[in-house]
Design a protein around this ligand. Sequence first.
Ligand code: FAD
Length: 326
Amino acid sequence: MNSCDVAVIGAGPAGMAAARSAHDNGAGRVLLIDRNAYLGGILKQCIHDGFGLVKFNESLTGMEYAARYAEMLKDTRVDILLDAIATKITPDKKIHCVTRDGVKVYQAKAIILTTGCRERTRGMLALPGSRPAGIYTAGVAQKLINTQNIRPGDRAVILGSGDIGMIMARRMTLEGMEVVCVLEKLPYLSGLPRNKNQCLDDYDIPLKLCQTVIDIQGGKRLMRVIAAKVGHDGSVISGAEYAIDCDTLILSVGLIPENELAKSCGILIDKISGGPQVNERLETSLEGIFSAGNSLRVHALADHASDEGESAGQFAAEYALRKAAR
Ligand SMILES: Cc1cc2nc3c(=O)[nH]c(=O)nc-3n(C[C@H](O)[C@H](O)[C@H](O)COP(=O)(O)OP(=O)(O)OC[C@H]3O[C@@H](n4cnc5c(N)ncnc54)[C@H](O)[C@@H]3O)c2cc1C
């Protein structure tokens, strides 16, 4: 069994910052694990700028921001293990991983969970209708366009005014798609105003507040959605339904912290944030296991996820050093 002082699971902006900080704060051996074949987490598919304004006082693309942190890990005692998925952690801080060389178990003195978040799906919204092709979450559409050069369709409706959906409204327009509108159930925008200005207003894409999708129609491929107005209590106003012809529906309806590992080893989860309950040192209900970034709570800015990762790295290194001294 391999051992380390601090193991960081998830190499997005929070995990990379946590690993560097654990190293800077005296942890002898730091192990950074990610299931992807690359560092950077979700930033790999973010080719738009707007990252780094807080940490570097510059507007970087997601990939440039990730590259800055990858550079900071060079010439350190941080071991990077890619293409490796952590499948289980235990209260005594063993990490079970499926790697290219088979199943491995690592023993850590402290663990930091920086596993990011996942998108809410059609199933979670219980959207009625048929099940045609052409329905994507915004992050999946982003991955298809930005990393695989696949255009998801020709004419899109976006449900939800989260940041990723607005960013995709611009991206799909630039790729030659027609974005008919963004429908938002709430009476206000749910993403950042800067994204509305830069991604919707600049491209004349209408944002329709207090509107939602109540039916999905199509055979093999999506043909139209039925939209409707909703009242301030969220209920559909009958008689105000209308059809929008489209072959693509993009869902941008929220993110959920990814905490399967935390839950499976009994870490208490906060009902409101969806992340682990932590104390002021970002330590979960299990001693020596810390959490940061989007797996702790959803952050609008990568810079804030990195800040939190740095703090977790420091606290985890201090814990591991105390353990070693005992
Ligand atoms: C589409 C999109 C656009 C955005 N635009 C901006 C922007 O313009 N500006 C900005 O500042 N922020 C932006 N953000 C927000 C920012 O990207 C996030 O706040 C930030 O990436 C969160 O960092 P993280 O490290 O917590 O998670 P992530 O970047 O999601 O990294 C989590 C990592 O954990 C790994 N992982 C998960 N589970 C396991 C496991 N069991 N085993 C091994 N590895 C695992 C994943 O593979 C992933 O690499 C955007 C986010 C998205 C999704």
